[in-house]
Ligand binder design. Structure first.
Ligand SMILES: NC(=O)c1ccc[n+]([C@@H]2O[C@H](COP(=O)([O-])OP(=O)(O)OC[C@H]3O[C@@H](n4cnc5c(N)ncnc54)[C@H](OP(=O)(O)O)[C@@H]3O)[C@@H](O)[C@H]2O)c1
Length: 319
């Protein structure tokens, strides 16, 4: 394949994961002619400083609403690759973004907002509530009648390691996590020995950049990538090792049946944490494990380790 992405447009680039993706792309600024971001007026007002910094680093800022088809169509002029990192609230808003991209003569490749759990892991995945929006996006991208002229890649990273290792501020402690300041934790699974694959947010950026560097290997497929595979028990051991070697005394366990009960209760009561508890249950059931991950297909870029993530979390809580 002779195609190389040279002119990029990002949606959601100033969001939680979009910022890491943009950082990684900027680390390879010379490989691209244009790096443009399409961002809302709201972001222009609320994140003015970071936009000034981005401009200084050679990022083109296009201001508009993603629902404004004329503005999106204009932004696509000269763009060959679109990377979307819009938030969960805007997943379905990508349908017109994809339709317009397919119609734009220069756009060849679309990476929709994924960067999470494998939504096609097993036949049961089709029924998981948090997956429904992203499943519709995949079906649309793969519909050659609706979208005849666009390659796609789903960058599937599993849960973010940096988020997995802290105890949620909202929702019950029983859903799992670590409070490194208070030295207390809740491990999901009887002994916390179930394996889970995690990706740091920095590595999501690294892996998206590696994807762009390997179009032939990445086009029209899901890439299942991650930083490392571990267990809650191994994370606990690493926290204890990096906090002086003493065993933490406040460590509790949540079994899978208990997590399922919490999940059902959250959905029944309409708790905003319900989708997250479902995702945690999917992760605890092994929904992030593959026979082989795809990092090698995109050049095996260097990724972070559990030791680094725990050190980073300790620094965060102690600063
Ligand atoms: N694997 C994990 O553990 C994990 C964790 C969190 C998120 N994710 C995934 O990562 C992707 C991005 O999520 P995020 O948390 O980084 O996104 P986010 O920070 O909530 O939002 C990203 C950007 O999307 C744009 N946006 C426009 N309309 C929106 C709307 N109605 N609702 C939300 N965002 C809107 C906004 O940018 P502008 O103002 O510039 O338009 C916003 O800054 C999603 O697919 C999400 O499922 C995965």
């Amino acid at each position: 394949m002779s195609f190389k992405p040279r002119n990029l447009l990002l949606f959601g680039a100033t969001g939680q994961i979009g910022a890491f993706i943009l950082d990684a792309l900027l680390s390879a600024r010379d490989e691209f002619e244009r790096i443009a971001i399409f961002t809302s007026q709201n972001t222009v007002e609320t994140k003015a400083d970071s936009l000034v910094r981005l401009k200084k680093n050679g990022v083109e800022i296009i201001v508009g609403e993603i629902s404004d088809e004329e503005a999106v169509g204009k932004a696509y002029e000269g763009i060959d690759t679109v990377i979307s990192a819009v938030g969960r609230g805007a997943i379905l808003a990508q349908i017109p973004l994809i339709r317009l991209a397919s119609a734009a003569p220069s756009v060849k490749w679309f990476l929709p907002s994924e960067y999470g759990t494998d939504i096609a892991y097993s036949p049961a995945s089709a029924y998981e509530k948090p997956h429904q929006g992203k499943l519709k996006i995949r079906a649309y991208l793969e519909n050659k009648i609706e979208v005849p002229h666009l390659a796609y890649t789903y960058v599937v990273t599993g849960p973010y390691a940096d988020m997995y290792v802290y105890l949620l501020g909202e929702g019950p402690r029983a859903v799992g996590g670590w409070d490194a300041k208070e030295k207390k934790s809740t491990l999901v699974g009887e002994k916390g020995e179930g394996r889970v694959s995690l990706t740091t947010m920095k590595d999501v950026g690294t892996l998206v950049l590696a994807t762009l560097r390997h179009p032939a290997e990445s086009w029209n497929r899901a890439l299942k990538v991650n930083s490392f595979t571990t267990t809650p028990a191994a994370i606990q051991a690493e926290f204890e090792r990096q906090t002086g070697g003493e065993r933490w005394t406040d460590v509790t366990y949540t079994s899978l049946p208990e997590l399922r009960t919490l999940e059902n209760q959250a959905w029944e009561s309409g708790a905003p944490t319900a989708p997250l508890i479902t995702l945690r249950r999917i992760w605890a059931e092994g929904g992030t494990l593959y026979e082989k991950r795809d990092n090698a297909m995109i050049g095996e870029p260097p990724v972070q380790t559990l030791e680094e993530v725990v050190a980073q979390e300790l620094q965060r809580v102690n600063s």
